[in-house]
Design a protein around this ligand. Structure first.
Ligand SMILES: [Zn+2]
Length: 258
């Protein structure tokens, strides 16, 4: 029993060291944060207390206030593109805010906070969800008429219909598709969403999907959870983002963006 405990402790420690080392080595790049839903505190407590992907409004606000009070600049996708190709000089305090899945709460809760603190965020929307009207409490989806870019928000593609899992251990829909099928999904995405910039569902990509993005002149594609800043040497179609989780303490947030 003791041996098992020590073994688990060692694994946990090594995992922690790996995260710290990976992060510290990549510090000179650009932190790209990946959020999902942000809901009212009472909704969070009542319905999504243990849901990692649903952050409370107060926690999100605390993070945005920190960025504002410490003079962070939040980049648009065009500025990230310029950074990647060397035309944008990185100031000391820069961060990129992204949101996946296109929830209505992006407009109702996130956007007013961005306006309060004069920040910018990009929302990657799932094309097929634009046609759904009702979902879970606090997690309705945006509709086509909601997608108006301004100085605080911009909307791009999270695919049309690739946001599904496939049977088998850790398999996603994109893993099961041939290139033609991925291209067809991209065509549908282009019909309903600006697909100049793209975030892969679950951060999952493969060679076929990347070549579709390339052939369709997508400028940047995003993945997930590599736990380090984005750099110019990264694959332009699978740029790393930090997966933001609802239990994240402020010190951890500061550590990521500093
Ligand atoms: Zn997603």
């Amino acid at each position: 029993m003791l041996c098992l405990l020590v073994f688990c402790l060692c694994i946990f420690l090594l995992w922690g060291i790996k995260i710290v080392v990976t992060h510290e080595l990549g510090k000179d790049g650009l932190p790209v944060l990946g959020y999902h839903a942000v809901v009212r505190d009472d909704v969070k407590e009542t319905y999504y207390a243990n849901d990692t992907y649903v952050m409370s409004e107060s926690k999100f606000k605390e993070q945005m206030k920190y960025l504002h009070d410490n003079n962070y600049k939040t980049l648009t996708m065009d500025e990230v593109y310029d950074y990647y190709y060397g035309d944008f000089k990185l100031e000391k305090k820069v961060v990129v805010l992204t949101f996946d899945d296109g929830y209505k709460n992006f407009e109702e809760i996130v956007k007013p906070i961005l306006e309060t603190y004069d920040l910018h965020a990009t929302c990657f929307v799932i094309g097929e969800k634009l046609e759904t009207t009702k979902h879970r409490i606090g997690l309705d989806y945006l509709q086509s008429e909601d997608l108006a870019n301004d100085s605080h928000v911009a909307y791009y593609s999270h695919s049309y219909g690739l946001h599904h899992k496939a049977s088998g251990l850790d398999r996603k829909k994109v893993d099961t598709m041939n290139k033609d099928a991925i291209q067809k999904d991209f065509d549908k995405s282009k019909n309903v969403l600006d697909s100049t910039y793209f975030a892969f569902p679950y951060g999952r990509s493969n060679e076929k999907a990347e070549s579709v993005l390339k052939e369709n002149n997508v400028l940047l594609g995003f993945g997930y959870n590599q736990n380090r800043n984005m750099k110019r040497l990264d694959n332009v179609y699978l740029l790393p983002r930090y997966l933001m989780f609802s239990q994240m303490p402020l010190w951890y947030f500061k550590w990521i963006v500093e």
